[in-house]
Design a binder for this molecule. Structure first.
Ligand code: PEP
Length: 246
C-alpha cells in the first residue's frame, strides 16, 4: 500500500517568516494520513528543518549536484542536503531542464547521488505542449522515465512526478483520462524494469494542482499524490490539497 504524498515545491519563493506555515499545517493536520513534504529554496532549508522538528512534515531540496564536492560554485551536494536532516530532493524539474539544459542522463546522475546519500529522489518528467499536440506524449514519457531513473531505485528511494510542462503555473491541466493514461503507463514501465517493487514507487501528478481540482485528480488509479508549486506557498491553499489525499 503506497502512502500518499503531498509535496510542495516553493521554487524561488518564500522567506523565513513564510516557513511559519509548517506550524500551521501541523495544527490543521495533527494526524495526517499522508506524507507532507515542503521543498523551500536551499538557503531556507535549515530554518525549515527547525520549524519541522516536532512535525511529521518532511523537508526537501529542489536540486542537487551529481558530484559529492568540488569546484561547482552555487551548487550543493546530496550529502550536504542529507547532513542537515532533509530527506528528499527534486531532480529534473522542467524549469531546470529548460533553463540549465539538464539532460536525462544528468538527471539520472543527480538522482543516483541523492539515493547514495540516503535521500529520496523525486524525479520529474513531462512533455511539452508541442509534444502533446503532436501525439508524442507517451513516447516522451517512456523515454524520460527510462533515462532519468537510475538503476537500483526502489519505493524507498524514488518518487516520480509527472508534470506536463504546459500545465505548470498555467492553470491548465490535462484531462483526467490523459493523467490516468500517463500514470498507468509509468506503472507498467516501472514494473517491467523493477519488478514487484515498482508497486511501492509513488507516482505524483504535478501542474496547476489547486484545492478545486485535487480530489478528482487523486481519485485516479496510480496517482499517489501531487507535486504542487504555487498552491504550496500558503497553508490556506496547501491544506485543502492535503485534505483531499486523506
Ligand atoms: C511545479 O512547479 O512543480 C508545479 C507543479 O507548479 P504549479 O503547481 O504552480 O503548476
Amino acid at each position: 500500500m503506497r502512502r500518499k504524498l503531498a509535496a510542495g515545491n516553493w521554487k524561488m519563493n518564500g522567506s523565513v517568516s513564510a516557513l511559519d506555515m509548517i506550524g500551521a499545517l501541523k495544527l490543521k493536520h495533527p494526524e495526517c494520513p499522508c506524507d507532507v513534504l515542503l521543498c523551500p529554496p536551499a538557503p531556507l532549508l535549515t530554518h525549515a528543518l527547525q520549524n519541522s522538528a516536532s512535525n511529521p512534515i518532511f523537508i526537501g531540496a529542489q536540486d542537487c549536484h551529481a558530484k559529492e564536492s568540488g569546484a561547482f560554485t552555487g551548487d550543493h551536494s546530496a550529502a550536504m542536503i542529507a547532513e542537515i536532516g532533509a530527506t528528499h530532493v527534486i531532480v529534473g524539474h522542467s524549469e531546470r531542464r529548460e533553463a540549465y539544459g539538464e539532460t536525462d542522463v544528468q538527471v539520472a546522475a543527480k538522482a543516483q547521488a541523492a539515493q547514495a546519500a540516503g535521500l529520496t529522489a523525486i524525479v520529474c518528467i513531462g512533455e511539452s505542449l508541442e509534444q502533446r499536440e503532436a501525439g508524442d506524449a507517451l513516447d516522451v514519457i517512456t523515454s524520460q522515465l527510462a533515462r532519468s531513473v537510475p538503476d537500483g531505485s526502489s519505493g524507498k528511494t524514488l518518487v516520480i512526478a509527472y508534470e506536463p510542462i504546459w500545465a505548470i503555473g498555467t492553470g491548465k491541466i490535462p484531462t483526467m483520462e490523459q493523467i490516468a493514461e500517463v500514470h498507468g503507463l509509468m506503472r507498467i514501465e516501472l514494473r517491467a524494469r523493477f519488478g514487484a517493487d515498482a508497486d511501492n514507487i509513488r507516482l505524483l501528478y504535478g501542474g496547476s494542482v489547486k484545492p478545486g481540482n485535487a480530489a478528482k485528480i487523486f481519485a485516479l488509479d496510480n496517482v499517489d499524490g501531487a507535486l504542487v508549486g504555487g498552491a504550496s506557498l500558503k497553508a490556506e491553499d496547501f491544506s485543502p490539497i492535503i485534505e483531499a489525499l486523506a
